[in-house]
Design a protein around this ligand. Structure first.
Ligand code: HEC
Ligand code: HEC
Ligand code: HEC
Ligand code: HEC
Length: 130
């Protein structure tokens, strides 16, 4: 009991036994690029990861899969893999809309931008900078 109350007073980042939880937040800036289903004419996308993290929960973009290949919601501290390690043509994704990295990214990125009426949805060059 005492330990739990103590951890709560300390706030985020500590478990009840006092061990610090270090969540790897990944790079602040990313250039997203297909490497498995690589396109003939690559179209890398720039992504301000840290800026998105400031206002959005990890689970909005990150998730995992179980042994049966079904999507599993993000839990804090989970191993975060590259999208394309699951979203590629050979990985057995059944939802035809999100088989490739391109389609998974377009669905996730543009889907949220549409929903929140913020961020690019149609102007390709705002993500695919020259
Ligand atoms: C909100 C950001 C965003 C917008 C807007 C966007 N894209 Fe993308 N696009 C991405 C991301 C992220 C990827 C995944 C990285 C990749 O596949 O290289 C991607 C991948 C692609 C790819 C695959 C490229 C490759 O090398 O595999 C193509 C082609 C593409 N987009 C075309 C477009 C076109 C055309 C538009 C405008 C109609 C557009 N995108 C708008 C973010 C965006
Ligand atoms: C708006 C979407 C979004 C949010 C929110 C977000 N991320 Fe990410 N994150 C990404 C994308 C996209 C990548 C690049 C994945 C790739 O390279 O395929 C990434 C990459 C990472 C990586 C590096 C993975 C690797 O192996 O290269 C880590 C670690 C990570 N994120 C942690 C977090 C954590 C922790 C949070 C919450 C605090 C978070 N992210 C929030 C989209 C997001
Ligand atoms: C460990 C494997 C794995 C990783 C890593 C992964 N996904 Fe997924 N994702 C899945 C599976 C499995 C599904 C469910 C597909 C189905 O229903 O066939 C899914 C579904 C989705 C969907 C459609 C459902 C939804 O939640 O909207 C989107 C969009 C998506 N992923 C985007 C991403 C993006 C973007 C990344 C990287 C930031 C990513 N995924 C990383 C396995 C993964
Ligand atoms: C869950 C919601 C969400 C997801 C998913 C998301 N974004 Fe955004 N994005 C936003 C919001 C909200 C803004 C507006 C930020 C502002 O106005 O300051 C934004 C703004 C942007 C901008 C405009 C410039 C900037 O950095 O502020 C770019 C480019 C962008 N997003 C790229 C991406 C890419 C690429 C992905 C997918 C890898 C992505 N976003 C996924 C919510 C999201």
């Amino acid at each position: 009991m005492y330990a739990a109350a103590f951890a709560l007073t300390l706030g985020l980042g500590f478990t009840t036994n006092g061990m610090a939880v270090d969540v790897d937040k990944g790079p602040a800036e990313l250039i997203l690029k297909s490497t498995i289903d690589a396109a003939a004419t690559p179209k890398p996308a720039t992504f301000a990861h840290a800026k998105h993290q400031e206002r959005l929960a990890c689970k909005e973009c990150h998730h995992s899969k179980d042994a049966a290949g079904k999507q599993v919601a993000y839990v804090e501290g989970q191993k975060i893999e590259k999208c394309e390690s699951c979203h590629n043509k050979a990985a057995g994704i059944t939802n035809a809309k999100v088989v490739t990295f391109k389609d998974a990214a377009h669905t996730n990125c543009k889907g949220c931008h549409t929903e929140k009426k913020a961020g690019p949805t149609t102007k390709c060059v705002e993500c695919h900078k020259k």
